[in-house]
Design a protein around this ligand. Structure first.
Ligand code: CTP
Length: 400
């Protein structure tokens, strides 16, 4: 969930600041880009060098960077962030935030931000219980800020009670769960196919195609980014998914792909079949390597099952089915025929006549045609950007 997310981590002057090092490490490990902003007080508890080393970014504390008058732009930082986490948040900083005071960089970044703000308080139990603090907490909650409740236990004062900052692992889980629950495809299951299939001729040879799998992998990643629970059934491909949450199933042949997909189709809400599945497979697979003998050689082929068409005929109400058409001629007509024959919600057309489209390239030029025959032609763009367009169409149809 935190993959590629830009996070400002605010650290205040509390003994719990030592846990910020672990927090930074976990955020970075989860794939986030972390910029740490500390208060002057925080720097007495944990060195900026530690946090800068772990975050791989300079730690910012002051408005002014150096004697040359260069400044740390709090507005840019606030707008850069996808999320702000303030951990530990002291009673002092909570009080300033609740009242719009900004006498340091961290509170100025907070006031400039438009993103979700997560606050993990850390203080002594009586300070936490104090009416002033609780009033400030209520005010901040009413502004939409999200509190990560402090835990119960032994405090730096030696007293036992509520006020311990939540553990870094719990802060990460909390933020991830909160981000996930707000995503548009949360609780939605998606099945994506990608890559080529290889149809064995003998133990060393196969019939295949040039599909790299890039488009399907980009779609799987985009759906995961939108919160879907994604299963990716992929033919032989060197691609890797960015999201670790995607369940990847590697298959070789068209028959394997069908078997794998059948397991997930019934429960899938969205199916995007972008694989370049072989249309024919050898009738017999030689058990031994075929030896070179005659001048000509024939292989008898039989049709494979059209996975997309099969699913189109079994589609239940509410299930969204998306297919691809890679064409060299009569592109739109062929795509519309496939859309209708396979009972799709929309089809993504690529034409090999468009430079930069099709197999192996990092770019694609797509046209989306839906079942109302509404056509949208997109510019040539990266496969990731094309995946975003395809997923936007999915979102549009799901909200209809
Ligand atoms: N497809 C599939 N199973 C197959 C063949 C194709 O699921 N055995 C899917 C592809 O993943 C793609 C769509 O069907 O989403 C169209 O594939 P394509 O090869 O362009 O079309 P075909 O229907 O096979 O027709 P043709 O090869 O004759 O153009």
């Amino acid at each position: 969930m935190l993959e590629g997310k830009k996070i400002v981590l605010g650290v205040c002057g509390s003994i719990a600041a030592y846990k910020s090092a672990t927090l930074v490490r976990l955020l970075v490990k989860a794939g986030a880009d972390v910029k740490v902003v500390t208060t002057a007080g925080a720097n007495t508890f944990i060195t900026p060098l530690t946090l800068a080393t772990l975050s791989k970014n300079p730690v910012l504390t002051e408005y002014v960077k150096d004697d040359n008058g260069e400044w740390n732009n709090h507005v840019d930082l606030g707008l850069w962030a996808d999320a702000i986490i303030i951990a530990p948040a002291t009673a002092n900083t909570i009080g300033k935030m609740a009242n719009g005071l900004c006498d340091n960089l961290l509170t100025a970044v907070y006031l400039s931000a438009k993103c979700p703000v997560y606050i993990a308080p850390a203080m002594d139990l009586d300070m936490w219980k104090h009416q002033s603090t609780q009033q400030n907490v209520d005010a901040l909650k009413s502004f939409g800020n999200i509190f990560i409740q402090p835990g119960y236990g032994e405090l730096a004062s030696g007293l036992i009670g509520e006020g311990r900052m939540a553990e870094p692992e719990d802060i990460i889980s909390f933020v991830e769960a909160d981000i996930k629950k707000k995503l548009p495809l949360v609780n939605i299951k998606a099945l994506v196919t990608a890559g080529p299939t290889y149809e064995a001729i003998d133990p060393v040879r196969f019939i295949g195609n040039h599909s790299s799998g890039k488009m399907g992998f980009a779609i799987a990643d985009e759906l995961a980014k939108l919160g879907a629970d994604v299963t990716l059934v992929s033919g032989p491909s060197s691609q890797q998914t960015k999201s670790k949450a995607i369940k990847r199933i590697n298959i070789t042949s068209a028959a394997d792909m069908l078997t794998a997909c059948e397991q997930y189709f019934v429960s899938a809400d969205i199916c995007v079949m972008s694989a370049a599945v072989a249309d024919y497979t050898p009738v017999d697979v030689a058990q031994q390597k075929i030896k070179k003998k005659e001048d000509t050689f024939n292989i008898e082929l039989k049709k494979t099952t059209d996975i997309l068409k099969t699913f189109g005929s079994q589609k239940r109400v509410g299930q969204l089915l998306v297919g691809f058409a890679l064409e060299t001629n009569d592109e739109e007509k062929n795509a519309v025929d496939k859309l209708k024959n396979k009972n799709l919600d929309f089809i993504v057309l690529n034409s090999l006549n468009d430079a930069g489209a099709g197999f192996k390239t990092d770019t694609n030029k797509i046209t989306i045609i839906d079942r109302r025959l509404q056509k949208t032609v997109f510019d040539l763009k990266t496969k990731e950007a094309a995946a975003t367009d395809i997923c936007q169409k999915i979102l549009e149809l799901m909200t209809l």
